[in-house]
Design a protein around this ligand. Structure first.
Ligand code: SAH
Length: 333
């Protein structure tokens, strides 16, 4: 099993320390700070007139920088599965005078979107997979263990059929344990799966608070013992964080989508085009690393990032979402 991504150290307590801890790595509500922006621009090198596809436009953080660099002769095509956030981003980019064409679509449909735009291919294909800060902060989505009375929904795309509550009601104990291990490296995967299966026989699991308490209990904790534990002050990950992560990835079929995108990348890039993918945990990074290496071997790519590019310590301190980010790129032959 691969290692858990390393987390940067949080500032320690002591005089003034509490305030630092409360604000450490937070993004203002309704906002999202782009991850590895400098590194992305350096690796993908957007130039005047380029066609750029941002597969996960989100808040438009990376997209707006791409638009500035490709200028009026370039084209920025943006995709996102989150309809309401995409509408807000469309308005914001228009207000800032940044031309682009945004589609409510999954990046697994990137070839169809390019065809709809009348384009045969693109110079840059970029994806920053996972969730945005706005999605994590929105209690209605139930994506975060930070909201303890939210519906267990977790869908980024409201067109998806199954919510986290649906999956928790149906999934087998073995599949659940495997998902917790493979999608989040949860060390107590089996025990959490056992507790969930036991509990759902008593009451349906529909609220975030139920899942938080269950996960704590499976680890021999209660809300109070965890809250009072010195670990909470030393930046220890919340005991339910990995369970929430694994479920979100399952609900949104994130690994299958990334695998599909990696298959499509060499087909939609023009010769000399660049693909860049930012991923956030080992399961995703392994997919990216292996697919790009296979592409190099098959002669589809000319060169690859020699290793994953991680955020600087300063970025990791300033933006919680960047802490486990890894960027890999490849150059189309
Ligand atoms: N780079 C953006 C942030 C991206 S956050 C910025 O700097 O503002 C990740 C985004 O990917 C979220 O908005 C999420 O809705 C979107 N997403 C997740 N899965 C997707 C998929 N299969 N296709 C398209 N977008 C997806």
């Amino acid at each position: 099993m691969s290692q858990r991504p390393k987390k940067p150290k949080r500032p320690h307590g002591g005089p003034g320390g509490d305030r630092d801890l409360r604000t450490w790595g937070r993004t203002r509500p309704g906002m999202h700070v782009p991850v590895l922006l400098r590194e992305v621009l350096q690796a993908l090198n957007p130039r005047e007139g380029d066609v750029v596809v941002d597969c996960t436009v989100g808040f438009g953080g990376h997209a707006s920088e791409f638009i500035r660099r490709i200028g009026p002769t370039g084209r920025l095509i943006g995709l996102d599965v989150d309809g309401p956030e995409l509408a807000r981003t469309r308005e914001r980019l228009a207000r800032e005078g940044l031309p682009c064409s945004l589609h409510h679509a999954s990046y697994t449909q990137v070839a169809e979107v390019l065809a709809r735009e009348g384009l045969a291919g693109c110079d840059i294909l970029f994806a920053d997979v996972g969730v945005s800060s706005m999605q994590v902060d929105d209690p209605a989505r139930g994506i975060s263990y930070k909201h303890d009375d939210a519906p267990l929904d977790m869908r980024m795309d409201s067109r998806l059929k199954r919510t986290a509550a649906d999956i928790l009601a149906e999934i087998s104990r073995d599949d659940l344990a495997e998902a917790l291990r493979d999608l989040a490296d949860e060390p107590d995967a089996q025990r959490i799966a056992d507790w969930i299966v036991l509990q759902r026989g008593v009451t349906p699991l529909t609220r975030t608070g139920q899942l938080i308490r269950l996960t704590l209990n499976a680890k021999g904790l209660t809300e109070r013992t965890w809250r009072d534990s010195p670990l909470t002050r030393f930046g220890q990950l919340h005991p339910a964080a990995l369970t929430f992560q694994a479920l979100r990835i399952l609900v949104n079929q994130e690994l299958d989508s990334i695998a599909a995108l990696l298959e499509l990348a060499p087909r939609v890039l023009v010769p000399g085009g660049r693909v860049g993918i930012i991923s956030f945990h080992n399961g995703e990074d392994r997919l990216v690393r292996e697919a790009l290496a296979r592409g190099l071997e098959a002669g589809l790519y000319r060169s690859l990032s020699p290793e994953a590019i991680a955020p600087s310590p300063a970025e990791a301190r300033a933006n919680w979402r960047s802490t486990s980010a890894k960027l890999r790129w490849a150059l189309r032959a």
